[in-house]
Design a protein around this ligand. Structure first.
Ligand SMILES: [Zn+2]
Length: 117
């Protein structure tokens, strides 16, 4: 039985006893338990996301100031990888600067000159 079910069951038992103040307090406690359970779920989801990102970053190799996965020629954002610990692909733009294609990070919005077409 979950902690929320236990709290609801306890609230019902206290309601039958007829102590209004005790019932009010247990309903408040039930609300706090629901909130904590929701927060815990959100933290677990964030932890899973961080673990996935961490696994993705471990697979990247640094070459010429950019990060790459094996068999993938599109670079990852060096700022996001090193500072934010996020594996974010750079996106090719239509801009050319100094004869090199500009690539942009959709996350941190930084643009990089990169030699690949
Ligand atoms: Zn970035």
């Amino acid at each position: 039985m979950s902690i929320i079910s236990n709290a609801k069951e306890l609230a019902e038992l206290i309601k039958k006893v007829g102590d209004i103040e005790l019932y009010r307090r247990i309903v408040e406690l039930e609300g706090e338990i629901i909130e904590l359970t929701r927060n815990n779920r959100e933290l677990e989801e964030q932890l899973q996301k961080i673990k996935k990102q961490s696994n993705a970053i471990e697979k990247l190799t640094r070459k010429n100031s950019f990060y790459f996965l094996d068999n993938d020629n599109d670079p990852y954002c060096p700022y996001c990888v090193e500072v934010e610990q996020l594996a974010v692909h750079l996106h090719k733009t239509t801009k050319i600067s100094g004869g090199r294609r500009m690539w942009a990070c959709p996350s941190c919005k930084t643009e990089f000159a990169y030699w690949s077409e």
